[in-house]
Design a protein around this ligand. Sequence first.
Ligand code: DUC
Ligand code: ZN
Ligand code: ZN
Length: 498
Amino acid sequence: MPDYDIVIRGGRIVTAAEVFTADLAIRGGTIAAIGHDLGKGREEIDATGRLVLPGGIDPHCHIEEVGADGSVQEESFVSGSRAALAGGTTSFICFKPQWRGQTLAQSAPDYETRAARSLADYSFHQVITDPTPKVLATEIPALAARGIRSLKVFLTYDPLRLTDGDFLKVLASARRLGLLVTVHCENFDAIAWQQEALLAAGLTDPVHHAWARPPVVEREATLRAMALAELVDQPLQIFHVSCGEVAEEIARAKARGQKVWAETCTHYLTHGVDDLERPDFEGAKFVCSPALRDRSEAARLWEAIRAGTIDIVSSDHCGFSFATAKKDPGASSYGQGAAMLRPDGTPAFNAIPNGAPGIENRLTVLFSEGVSTGRIDLPTFVRLTSANAAERYGLGGRKGTLMPGADADVVLWDPELERTITVGEMQHAIDYTPWEGYRARGWPVLTIRRGEIVMRDGVLLAQPGSGRFLARGPYAAIAPRGVVPNGFDTVGRGSGQT
Ligand code: DUC
Ligand code: ZN
Ligand code: ZN
């Protein structure tokens, strides 16, 4: 009778704090023991020469999103989660929509049912676009009680964006209930103003997407978001920091003691504005927001990562196939302004759906760029890809860690395996990858999700529906600081509920 379900022997165990050689044993879906000379496993895995990592957590991805018009993103929970597992990510957090004029309950009521088809574990950020008294007083508290403990607000895109007044209401509600607020920071009016002038001048190419939203529009909105969160004394997670000047402002806020955190995304470390200039409309593949920057910005993002200003790398996976959706100005609410077709039938830059796929390549690209080049060490890689997301989003102790009692989400990683990324070998449903032809060094060879081997040598073994919803309880990281201007606690006095 074996002692364990699985024993992984002789690998180098990597945690957020250390690297050491040991065996890891799994029983009943959790990690049972880490040590030497562990008893027998029903399945024995030789991990000599391999790294043993916690399964990745991608806390920012758009999967099977349903638009206000009922349209559904091509990347389904099945294809998106297969891509996640293939790339070594065992959990992700995606976005439950709210559409303006509708309650949370009315907006995509079947979204959680759709998500239940996932092969990976999952949770949700609730998007708030219309914080009515009913949403604030009853729906958000009900959400928190069901374990959805993070909200997402947009400061740009119509009809998603919030005014500053509505943003304050969301921040206040989150503080009252102990939720984290995540935010997309770009200034809507500044972008609209730039767009109008560019379009009037006949500048309609994909690269003009970046001209319409230069770093200053991201910096302004980031500063504003942080200032409003400071006023409310509400912890804040800044999404997808794209450049050094934004990271500098976040570093300043952190130095003042504010509870503000930041992520960047894989594509900002490997791609640049020049990708938007690729011929034959191929630049559209790289239209995402914030926009890709000058290539020199990647070095500044690495500095911010090393300084701890940025401590999560997510994918912002948001796939739109090149042959179809990228050429369809009506395909998504992630565009801005009236749809206009150019003489060749392709949309002007402002109507190209924003986003690129990345959930499958996130770990291998970050490992290649970070660890294989010596920019970061292995524990930092684990912090960026799983451990910090677990702490930040209320999954600590359960996910993002290798220790007895934690979920057995484990990835066997070959640090020397070199492979060329190509879309034909990928699991995602999108018809391209931004990393086509990229020579990666470091690749996942086996993924275990809650004790089940779900990917071996690129072959997916899990069934749709085997992923679980991750309900998240209250957690310490997002407690407010207790610092408000003049000591006058506006939220504590009941303001901001309507
Ligand atoms: N940025 C993207 O590129 N796509 C989805 C939404 C976003 O903020
Ligand atoms: Zn965003
Ligand atoms: Zn996003």
